[in-house]
Write a protein that binds this ligand. Structure first.
Ligand code: F6P
Length: 331
């Protein structure tokens, strides 16, 4: 029989619990024992874990966050730390370690693989969807849903006051969340890292579109979605600049960590369940050092470094749809 360990690391994402559940249940069926390391890589360093079985994951699939807790563990970058983690895994006789997280977590996995001979599998869990080699990541669909629902609410008040709002969404350095949230909430303009040219160009394009809109329709509400970490002096600076240019008060709204929480939507539960169960089907094989993702509805195995070495591009079809409806470039 085999011993499987699982941990969640980096930014938590809705659906991580669903994934843990699938792993535990699949292990039970295969007669493997399974334990969960707590607090990401910290649990590995400090041998902090709990044994898991069907009962521990009952009523879990719909819960946001992660029952194993998560963390970003700077300490783990050290050689001594990774060696200690490897010793801890050996001491517990773990055969397979499954890591649910984003690229930082996968880098941690590769670092650990220099010192540990066991089987390492990664599963993509992040609201940012910025992992190369998989169409989507666990948590991404729920985060879009949360952002869309929030922007819908902003729209109600924006309409009532005929006001301009600037809504900042998460995504780290990627525009997946911003693009899809903007399109699905019928935002008027979206500023994304992948399409960003310059501050001047952006301001000019917004002003051009807004002026036209005002000429045609009079006072209007107007919603701009901005991806985080993009505007050089931050969202408040952009709101101030737009206030001057538009001669009306532009209200900034930062959606923030709200986007990380909540019960996972069914797409995330299903993706998490498929990937978790599939990972367990590979336990005991010689496949290691890979992420299991999903492309066109099929499981794929991607060497861990390939998940971060190239920037994952936005979906072209979605971008062109956005451009045709949102007039996001110079007219
Ligand atoms: O990677 C998920 C994410 O929520 C990003 O969208 C965001 O940039 C980052 O994590 C925020 O990290 P923290 O919760 O550590 O502030």
């Amino acid at each position: 029989t085999k011993k499987v360990a699982v941990l969640t690391s980096g930014g938590d994402a809705p659906g991580m619990n669903a994934c843990i559940r699938a792993i535990v249940l699949a292990c039970e069926r295969a007669d493997y024992s399974v334990l969960g390391y707590m607090h990401g890589f910290n649990g590995l360093l400090h041998q902090e874990y709990r044994l898991l079985d069907g009962r521990s994951v009952h009523n879990l699939i719909q819960q946001g966050g992660t029952m194993l807790r998560s963390a970003r563990c700077k300490e783990f970058e050290g050689r001594e730390e990774a060696k200690r983690a490897a010793d801890n895994l050996r001491q517990l006789e773990v055969d397979t370690l499954i890591i649910i997280g984003g690229d930082g977590s996968f880098r941690g996995a590769v670092h650990l693989s220099q010192f540990w001979e066991g089987q390492l599998l990664g599963l993509p869990g992040t609201i940012d969807n910025d992992i190369q080699g998989t169409d989507v990541t666990i948590g991404y669909h729920t985060a879009i849903e949360t952002a869309v629902t929030s922007i819908d609410k902003v729209r109600d008040t924006a309409d009532s006051f005929e006001r301009i709002f600037l809504v900042e969404v998460m995504g780290r350095r990627a525009g997946f969340l911003g693009l899809n949230a903007a399109l699905a909430s019928a935002a008027d303009y979206v500023i994304l890292p992948e399409l960003f040219e310059s501050e001047e160009q952006t301001l000019e394009a917004i002003m051009q579109q807004l002026t036209k809109r005002r000429r045609e329709r009079g006072d209007v509400s107007y919603i701009i979605v901005l991806a985080e970490n993009l505007w050089p002096k931050g969202v408040n600076d952009l709101a101030e600049q737009l206030t001057k240019l538009t001669e009306s008060e532009v209200k900034p709204v930062i959606l923030g960590h709200v986007q990380r929480g909540g019960s996972p939507v069914s797409q995330d539960r299903l993706l998490a369940t498929r990937l978790g169960a599939y990972a367990v089907s590979l336990v005991g094989s010689d496949i290691s050092g890979i992420m299991i993702g999903e492309c066109h509805g099929k499981p794929v195995k991607v060497p861990l470094p390939s998940t971060w070495q190239k920037r994952k591009p936005l979906d072209e079809f979605t971008v062109s749809t956005m451009e045709s409806l949102m007039n996001n470039r110079y007219a």
